[in-house]
Write a new protein. Structure first.
Length: 499
């Protein structure tokens, strides 16, 4: 059985990867700011480090996203049912300020709401985030003024989350800091950042992955537990980590991470569970009872069927599909010629949940952006996927404009919206196929081309395999041709030429 790999191509550490020399799209795009970085550039000789540059770019793009919401801020949220859709500037934040009792000072989970939704339908930590924002929101003026202030306060808090995400992604792969620019410049990231509160969970997940990459298993667990207390999807990262630690025999570190996650989740949730169980459980019952909704392939099936599936049937089928995807990811982890990188499997499992789920809100793309950058930092493929997500972003708002504009029918009809869903699904599948190909043909993995193993893997980075299945017990036979040092994984030897 071969060992997983030796992480360095030689006794010296690999140099920082510059995208303008390693990626043709990045090189072409750099012409807008003077062209690719030259050999005589003074790297690290000024205040403008990669982390600072990327954080500033991310904040700048976030600000552009706020500007894009200006038509709604100035009236479309409050006057006319369809104008917030025709301007593609909808946000849940101002509507839920009054719709979930924050304007009246009701306490989430403890106080029953007067409308159809009895309790706040968000996880506890997100509810805390929403409540803190309501405390900061000025109570003077009319309800519209308060809603505007509430959105601005939340935007400020979410901007902090954006900065955290940019820092964490930039520092996770220490030899590829400029990959963080993909997060900062992602158009779908800017467009959807203030639709909802998902950035809180994304920031905590990015911080957790940074801690794991540094070998800090307990800190990883605590942060992932907090992320799961804000949104459900971070929980799925434990599955890939479990199979990777199984393959590498890193049970102790896995146990620390699981313990930290469980304790952190309980600290946030247990008080509400004990004293307001009905309110605490609303998120879980709402997720189960919610019917087929926007963005999923299930919606296409339901809207084109004379006898649509019931919600219970869809729940069962979606769960089975997700379980099949989990089995597939586990099989990939155990049989791949080299142990997959943590970020690769994390992206695949979250993407599988998005593809099989019965609802896809446009802000869910935020979950995938940092994972996609760490899994496959290829500018062309990333931008293709982003183009698909922007198309879906416009498609859902135009469809809602069509359904809310009465006889005027301004916007995108149902068939057109189905095509927008298809574009989103195909774009995500496209990126998944490329990640799977990189796993099966590890010599084509951009992150590993400079001699590294798994820079986001922490204790998994360079660890030997103790449990593999199938072809993983044999050396890989495929190759990709590129100039640079060749690494013969498993024995630490290098040679010059093409792989």
């Amino acid at each position: 059985m071969p060992s997983a790999e030796t992480t360095q191509a030689s006794g010296s550490e690999p140099a920082v990867v510059r995208p303008t020399t390693a990626d043709e799209v990045a090189a072409s795009g750099s012409e807008l700011i003077g062209g690719p970085l030259g050999r005589r550039a003074l790297l690290g000789a000024s205040w403008w480090t990669p982390v600072r540059v990327i954080v500033l770019v991310a904040i700048g793009m976030f600000a552009l996203g706020l500007v894009q919401k200006a038509p709604c801020y100035n009236g479309a949220w409050f006057f006319g049912a369809s104008s917030q859709y025709t301007h593609a500037c909808y946000s849940d934040i101002p509507h839920l300020y009054s719709g979930r009792g924050f304007a009246e000072g009701l306490v989430p989970y403890f106080d029953r709401l007067p409308g159809d939704m009895e309790y706040l339908e968000y996880p506890v930590l997100t509810g805390v985030f929403m409540e803190v924002a309501s405390w900061i929101t000025p109570g003077s003026g009319g309800i519209q003024d308060q809603q505007q202030w509430y959105w601005m306060v939340n935007a400020g808090m979410l901007m902090v989350c954006v900065a955290v995400i940019a820092v964490c992604v930039t520092r996770t792969h220490t030899r590829r800091p400029w990959d963080g620019l993909l997060v900062a410049l992602a158009p779908a990231f800017a467009l959807t950042a203030t639709i909802n509160w998902d950035l809180l969970a994304v920031a905590l997940t990015a911080a957790a992955m940074l801690m794991w990459s540094r070998g800090r298993s307990v800190a990883f667990g605590v942060l992932l537990g907090l992320a799961t207390a804000a949104k459900l999807y971070p929980l799925f990262l434990l599955g890939p980590l479990f199979v990777l630690c199984w393959r590498a025999g890193k049970w102790r570190d896995l146990g620390k991470g699981l313990a930290g996650a469980a304790v952190a989740w309980l600290v946030v949730n247990l008080p509400v569970m004990l004293f307001a169980f009905d309110g605490w459980s609303k998120f879980y019952t709402f997720s189960q009872e919610r019917g087929v909704d926007f963005g999923s392939f299930w919606l296409i099936l339901v809207q084109n069927s004379s006898d649509p599936l019931s919600t219970e049937t869809v729940n069962t089928l979606a769960t089975l599909l997700m379980l099949l995807c989990c089995v597939g990811v586990a099989a990939l982890a155990f049989t791949a010629p080299r142990r997959p990188r943590f970020a690769q499997l994390a992206f695949l499992i979250v993407a599988a949940f998005i593809l099989t789920n019965k609802v896809y809100s446009p802000q869910y793309v935020l979950w995938l952006v940092p994972l996609a950058v760490l899994a496959r930092p290829k500018w062309r493929d990333f931008l293709i996927w982003q183009a698909c997500e922007v198309a879906y972003f416009l498609g859902i708002w135009m469809y809602l404009a069509y359904t809310t504009s009465g006889d005027a029918h301004k916007g995108l009809p149902t068939d057109g919206y189905h095509w927008a869903i298809g574009v989103h699904l195909l774009g995500t599948l496209y990126l998944c196929v490329l990640v799977v190909r990189d796993i099966l043909m590890p010599d084509r993995d951009l992150v590993r081309r400079n001699g590294e193993d798994d820079p986001s893997g922490g204790v998994l980075d360079g660890a030997e395999d103790v449990f593999v299945l199938g072809t993983a017990a044999h050396p890989p036979r495929h190759a990709a041709h590129f100039e640079g040092p060749q690494v013969e994984w498993g024995n630490g030897k290098t040679s010059e030429g093409s792989l």
